[in-house]
Ligand binder design. Structure first.
Ligand SMILES: [Zn+2]
Length: 376
């Protein structure tokens, strides 16, 4: 009991002590680090639909696996989930997300990680991405329509209705300025780890829109583990192997981040490229390739392998050596589904690969694409 009281006292006094300046290092070392995982959605809000698979279930499965792995990798770390079952805090989504942030704030979380899966109307879009809070003007003026995203809109705060002179906004801005380098440090580590397990690295997105991040007092980020709208990626992220590897990428990034908090120099490092442990020990290149995907949402040149009247699974055997690595580019007419390989910034680069591709697809040729469509 006495021990419990001391632990509780330390937990309460810690935030004050930490701000007391030099001489508190001993106490800092003894304080248990706290991580909060927030499996997105739950209860009446399933998140993004993908047939029988529900985003809320994927999010929870991965969060529980991250917790299990952290118990092994860093037993001294205190890990809490905002939900341990198919539940939510409030039927109102804004309130629900704010309460999740407040739960993490009460625990003085050293890091809070929102766990989500993504979707896009173009089924070739794929990859993992990490969102961090940003309150700079460019981001504030960003038009959310342009983001071309759906179904997670319910987790956004209403940018147009934020009173930028309000105390709440000023506080959020102050917190954001304070936490931004740490948030970015964690996000970078996580992106690197996503890449290492074969997910396409879509990078770090600065955003004001996530309600969870807006109300967090400590460092935090929100991840999208992949696209449920991409058939190959859905198969991967909903498989046991996929969940284990994704959780490995997340738990390794958390371990890296927590260690960096205790070593000031590392924490200040602005570039963690190459320094981050990866989650793929033991996974063969062939296995990683299973999760590799390509994305036609940008623009450039690609090599068209086949066209089809109907949509085809990118892992279909007809793609031979390119199974799972083709992307869908939309054309016109009845053969409008164009399955392509590679993404090149110039026609010359694409042509350099064409001979190799023609060994499997003799009629393949180079085309230009833009935003998921064939371009002239
Ligand atoms: Zn979500």
């Amino acid at each position: 009991m006495r021990k419990l009281i001391i632990v509780l006292l330390l937990a309460i006094l810690q935030p004050m002590l930490a701000n007391a300046g030099d001489g508190t290092d001993v106490v800092s070392e003894k304080r248990r680090r706290v991580v909060v995982l927030d499996p997105g959605h739950g209860g009446v809000r399933p998140g993004k639909p993908a047939g029988k698979v529900l985003e809320k279930t994927l999010n929870l499965d991965v969060a529980l696996e991250v917790r299990r792995q952290l118990a092994e990798k860093m037993p001294e770390l205190e890990v809490h989930l905002t939900r341990y079952s198919d539940s939510m805090y409030d039927a109102n989504r804004d309130v629900d997300n704010r309460l999740r942030a407040e739960y993490a704030n009460r625990l003085h979380a050293d890091l809070t990680v929102g766990i989500h899966a993504n979707a896009h109307e173009n089924t070739s879009v794929c990859g993992g991405e990490v969102w961090i809070l940003s309150l700079n003007d460019k981001v504030l003026n960003y038009n959310k329509q342009k983001a071309n995203r759906f179904a997670d809109e319910g987790d956004y705060i209403d940018i147009e209705n934020i009173d930028r002179s309000s105390m709440g906004f000023m506080l959020a801005l102050a917190r954001q300025l304070d936490n931004e380098p740490r948030n970015r440090n964690f996000a970078r580590a996580l992106c690197n780890n996503f890449k290492a397990i074969g997910l396409r690295d879509r990078g770090i997105f600065d955003s004001v829109v996530w309600t969870l991040l807006y109300y967090l007092e400590g460092p935090g980020a929100l991840l999208e583990m992949g696209y449920m709208s991409n058939p190959a990626e859905l198969k991967y992220i909903s498989s046991e192997k996929g969940k284990r590897e994704i959780a490995g990428a997340i738990s390794d990034a958390i371990v890296y981040f927590i260690r960096s908090l205790d070593t000031a120099e590392e924490y200040a490092a602005s570039d963690v490229q190459g320094d981050v442990p990866t989650a793929t020990e033991g996974a063969s290149v062939a296995e990683r390739r299973d999760a590799t995907c390509v994305d036609a949402s940008g623009e450039g040149y690609t090599i068209q392998l086949i066209s089809s009247k109907t949509e085809v699974d990118v892992r279909d055997s007809q793609f031979k050596a390119y199974r799972g690595r083709v992307m869908l580019v939309m054309g016109s007419g009845s053969w409008r589904y164009k399955y392509c390989y590679g993404s090149y910034s110039s026609q010359q680069e694409a042509k350099a690969d064409l001979a190799e591709v023609r060994k499997s697809f003799k009629d393949a040729y180079v085309v230009r694409y833009k935003a998921g469509k064939l371009a002239k």
